[in-house]
Design a binder for this molecule. Structure first.
Ligand SMILES: NC(=O)c1ccc[n+]([C@@H]2O[C@H](COP(=O)([O-])OP(=O)(O)OC[C@H]3O[C@@H](n4cnc5c(N)ncnc54)[C@H](OP(=O)(O)O)[C@@H]3O)[C@@H](O)[C@H]2O)c1
Length: 347
C-alpha cells in the first residue's frame, strides 16, 4: 500500500474554491496497471471548465482532475490479457519515463494532478528522449487533437504541401502544436489570435498571422494573407463568433474542423455559400483515434517522428502545490503555449 496525494473536488466551483489536496491510499498495481510517480502535468482548458461544471459531468464525487502528464514507473503489474494495450514503443519497465494519454486517463479516478497514481498500462505512451519533463507533459493532448483534426481535414505528411491551413486560437497549447505540425508537413500556415502581441510571437513559427476576434476581422485577415484565395483547411475551437467568417474565408472544397465552441454553440451557417463552395464541416474529439482502427498508432508514430519539429512551447511551470492558482491563471488566457505543473517548479 502506498499513500500519496491528489487534487480533487466534491462540488463544482472555481478552481480556488473547489480543489483540495487530499491523501489517497493506493494498492499495489494489479493486472494491466502501473504505479507512476508524476514528474510534470500538462494543463488543459477542459480541466478549468471541468472543475466548474462546464465540461463533461463528473462520473462521481469526489473527482480527481487532470488528463495528461509524464512520470516515472515505480512498480508494474502483470500485463493485461485482453483489452487495449499501450503503443509498442512504450517502455514498460520500472524506472522508465512515460507519458499518460488523454482519452485513456479517467479524470474522476485517475486524475493526473497527483504526486503518485495508479494508472492503466493502456494509458501510457512513449516520450521523446530530447524533451524535458515539462515539454513531454504537454505533448500528447496537442498531438491527439491537432494531428487527428488535420488528418480528418485530409492534411497529412503526404498531402500537406500546397495546402493552406488556418489555425484559430493559435496561441493555445493545441494551436501551437497544430501550427507546428502543419508547417512541418509542408502546408502554408495561418495563425489567428485576438491579441496583437501574441500574433507577433506566433509569427516565429508560421507563415502568416491574423489578429481577429469576430467573423468580420477573420474574413478580412484571411482574404489579406491568402490574396483572396482562402484556406483549404481550418481547425477551430472558437465556434459561434468565427462562423460565418470561417465559411466566407474558405476556398472551394475546403474542410472546416470544429473541435470546441468557446464563444457559443449556435453559429449562423450560410448554407447556400457552403453549397456553392462544396465545403465540408466536421466535428472532432480526441476520442476519434480510439475508435478508428490504426489511427491512434499512426498519430503516436507521427508525434514521435516529428518530435523535434513540434516541441511544445512551455508557457511556464508552476508548482503542483499551486494547481488551483495555476488553473485560475490558465482561465485568464494570458499564456502562449502550455502551462505545466511540476513537483519542483522553477518559476
Ligand atoms: N475536441 C477535443 O477533443 C479537444 C481536445 C483538446 C482541447 N480542446 C479544446 O481546445 C481549446 C484549446 O485548448 P487549450 O487547453 O490548448 O487552451 P488554452 O491553452 O487555454 O488556450 C485557449 C485560447 O483560446 C483563445 N480564446 C479564449 N477565449 C476566446 C474567445 N472568447 N474568443 C476567441 N478566442 C478565445 C485564447 O487565445 P487568444 O488569446 O490568442 O485569442 C486562449 O489563449 C479549448 O477550448 C479546449 O477545450 C478540445
Amino acid at each position: 500500500m502506498t499513500t500519496s496525494h491528489r487534487w480533487q473536488f466534491d462540488a463544482y466551483n472555481t478552481p480556488a474554491e473547489a480543489l483540495a489536496w487530499c491523501p489517497q491510499a493506493l494498492a499495489e498495481p494489479g493486472p494491466g496497471q502501473v504505479l507512476l510517480k508524476i514528474l510534470a502535468v500538462g494543463m488543459n482548458r477542459s480541466e478549468f471548465n471541468y472543475v466548474q461544471g462546464n465540461y463533461a459531468p463528473a462520473r462521481a464525487f469526489p473527482s480527481g482532475i487532470g488528463q495528461e502528464a509524464v512520470g516515472e514507473i515505480l512498480a508494474i503489474g502483470p500485463a493485461a490479457v485482453d483489452g487495449p494495450q499501450p503503443h509498442a514503443k512504450t517502455p514498460l519497465t520500472v524506472g522508465s519515463r512515460v507519458a499518460l494519454l488523454p482519452g485513456r486517463v479517467d479524470m474522476c479516478e485517475m486524475g493526473t494532478y497527483s504526486d503518485v497514481g495508479l494508472f492503466d498500462q493502456a494509458a501510457l505512451a512513449p516520450v521523446p528522449d530530447t524533451y524535458t519533463d515539462a515539454e513531454a507533459a504537454g505533448l500528447w493532448m496537442g498531438v491527439l487533437t491537432m494531428a487527428g483534426a488535420l488528418e480528418l481535414a485530409g492534411i497529412t505528411p503526404q498531402s500537406a504541401k500546397g495546402k493552406t491551413v488556418l489555425i484559430t486560437a493559435a496561441s493555445s497549447s493545441m494551436g501551437v502544436i497544430g501550427l507546428k505540425l502543419a508547417k512541418t508537413w509542408g502546408a502554408t500556415t495561418i495563425a489567428s489570435s485576438r491579441s496583437a502581441a501574441k500574433a507577433e510571437q506566433l509569427a516565429a513559427f508560421c507563415d502568416h498571422t491574423i489578429v481577429a476576434d469576430d467573423s468580420d476581422s477573420l474574413i478580412a485577415g484571411v482574404a489579406d494573407v491568402t490574396d483572396k484565395a482562402g484556406f483549404d483547411a481550418a481547425l477551430d475551437p472558437v465556434g459561434q463568433a468565427f462562423y460565418p467568417g470561417l465559411i466566407q474565408g474558405a476556398a472551394t472544397g475546403a474542410s472546416i474542423i470544429s473541435y470546441e465552441m468557446i464563444t457559443g454553440r449556435e453559429p449562423i451557417l450560410p448554407i447556400p455559400l457552403m453549397m456553392m463552395k462544396d465545403l465540408t464541416l466536421r466535428g472532432y474529439t480526441i476520442f476519434r483515434p480510439y475508435r478508428v482502427p490504426g489511427l491512434l498508432t499512426q498519430i503516436i508514430d507521427w508525434g514521435m517522428a516529428y518530435a523535434d519539429q513540434i516541441k511544445p512551447i512551455v508557457a511556464g511551470t508552476r508548482s503542483l502545490s499551486e494547481a488551483p492558482k495555476a488553473l485560475e491563471e490558465l482561465g485568464r488566457c494570458e499564456h502562449l503555449g502550455k502551462l505545466v505543473l511540476t513537483s519542483n517548479s522553477t518559476n
